[in-house]
Design a protein around this ligand. Structure first.
Ligand code: BV8
Length: 243
């Protein structure tokens, strides 16, 4: 299966990749729906919403401060490095991630869109200005803008629209790629989960990497059951030296 997947990857002229929390699992970051995906007695869907933030910005920021501390202690794993190596082989390439942990960028990925934002960026609720807030732990909770208004994470919460530019780039890549690789996502969250289906409809070869079956597993061309940190490096190694 790896050899077949590598052969299709080698022949591809335009590669698009979609990643989810599973590619950061081996870096030590809990996935949303796996074990450890909880915080205190809350679920992500309860806290990652504008309503939760409106009701209790302190509680939501305590959760993000906890996640920022976790993420700050984590490093990219071989899955992230394999995808950066795949990009560096050249050709049309776009890495589309649902993850907000910045680990793809830290691993060297540059042709990258973050559909759900980035845990290190914040946005003033009044002015909309976006800035980096690297403090770990946060010095004040909730953090405030110089204008005195609340800062919120520059992250897409459930029920919020995704940023237009990254979403547009992701859909265009899914429509025009000839190979779509999807790794480490439960394929439950929309609109990201529709990208592999769109690629399939447009005639691309779809390869899935996940230890568990997902709702798109029956539709993909090749399903590689296993950990991204093991399968992606093996896949890229099987490509042989960069042409
Ligand atoms: C929108 C930022 C439209 C936050 C995230 C019904 C009711 C209510 C809402 C909806 C509904 N149906 C659809 C919706 C819309 C909703 C949605 O899809 N909900 C789902 C839960 C049903 N979507 C939205 O709200 C989106 N916005 O649709 O707006 C709109 C239209 C008009 C007007 C207004 C709005 C916004 C979605 C973005 C939400 N924000 N993240 C934060 O992180 O704090 S989503 C969140 O889930 C993360 O980004 C995460 O990445 C993402 C998806 O999860 P996964 O990445 O797949 O992670 P998960 O844990 O689920 O799975 C991990 C996978 O890895 C598993 O398959 C596991 O087997 C695998 N794995 C484990 N270990 C490994 C591994 N794989 C490989 N290797 C390993 N080692």
């Amino acid at each position: 299966m790896i050899a077949d997947a590598a052969e299709r990857l080698r022949r591809a002229k335009h590669i698009a990749v979609l990643t989810g929390a599973g590619v950061s699992a081996e870096s030590g970051i809990p996935t949303f729906r796996g074990e450890g995906g909880l915080w205190r007695q809350f679920r992500a869907e309860d806290l990652a919403t504008p309503e939760a933030f409106g009701r209790d910005p302190r509680l939501v920021w305590e959760w993000y401060d906890w996640r920022r501390q976790k993420v700050a202690a984590c490093r990219p794993n071989p899955a992230h490095h394999a995808l950066a190596a795949l990009e560096s082989r050249g050709g049309e390439f776009l890495l589309i991630t649902q993850n907000i942990d910045d680990l793809h960028r830290k691993a060297g990925s540059r042709r990258l869109v973050e559909l759900h934002g980035n845990i290190w960026r914040v946005r003033c609720v009044a002015e909309g200005a976006v800035s980096e807030l690297p403090d770990v732990p946060l010095r004040e909770i909730p953090p405030r803008c110089a204008c005195g208004s609340l800062l919120r994470p520059d992250i897409v919460w459930f029920g919020e629209m995704l940023p237009a530019e990254p979403l547009d780039r992701a859909f265009r890549a899914a429509e025009s790629c000839d190979l779509f690789l999807v790794a480490g996502t439960s394929a439950l969250v929309q609109p990201a989960a529709s990208l592999p289906l769109l690629a399939k409809q447009r005639g691309a070869t779809v390869i899935e990497v996940n230890p568990e079956p997902t709702p798109i597993s029956p539709l993909v061309d090749i399903s590689l059951q296993g950990k991204a940190g093991e399968i992606l490096p093996a896949l890229v190694a099987a490509l042989g030296p960069t042409p």
